[in-house]
Ligand binder design. Sequence first.
Ligand code: TYD
Length: 211
Amino acid sequence: MKHEKGILIALEGGEGGGKTTQIVRLTTRFKKAGKDVVSVREPGGTVISEQIREVVLSHKNIGMQDTTEVLLFQAARAQIYGEVVIPALKAGKIVLMDRTSDSSVVYQGMVRGFGRKLIEQLNEISTQKTTPDLTILLDVSVKIGLERRNGSGKIDRLDMEAADFHEQVRQAYLSLAKENAHKRWITVNAEQSEDEVEKALWQIISKKLSL
Ligand code: TYD
């Protein structure tokens, strides 16, 4: 569903691709370009969704059922779309998201095995049928991604999964991006330096938005 004049841009990918760093850099670029930009992360981005994030990612919750995980990510998403994303799009703003509905398609649908169809249906409910205008996959090998992640000292419950899990995540993202390349997905090599990735992202975005 289109929400007025706003533009929704999502960064997606596995661990250690530098999504969070790039969201900060892109936000600065947009502000310098005089654009009204809102940047948020999933799961999280609102007071309620950040509480759900704590539950879904905490190491303490190692006994979490996969179904619980599916629904918590969707619950956090319903809140952020209702409270932040949709109002911002309606107001004509640029919304930059550090992960969104395709993270669930990949992690819960394709890797945990719930299936894409089910997750896409749940995403329709939680996003009120809002889809990104542009989704950029920051692709990095599992080896480099996990090395970066370990170096950051910020390991959550899903990061603790085996390397095989992360490889499946990478392959699922790559196949999704390939399948939808003609629509809204673009893949960027995130093994480059942060400056190079930022430059590549800005080129893609400014072309898309005719900035
Ligand atoms: P986060 O620290 O925000 O991301 P990153 O690891 O990229 O820095 O952690 C979010 C974790 O939650 C990450 O492992 C991916 C996972 N996730 C899902 O499994 N499904 C989802 O729908 C979302 C939004 C995230």
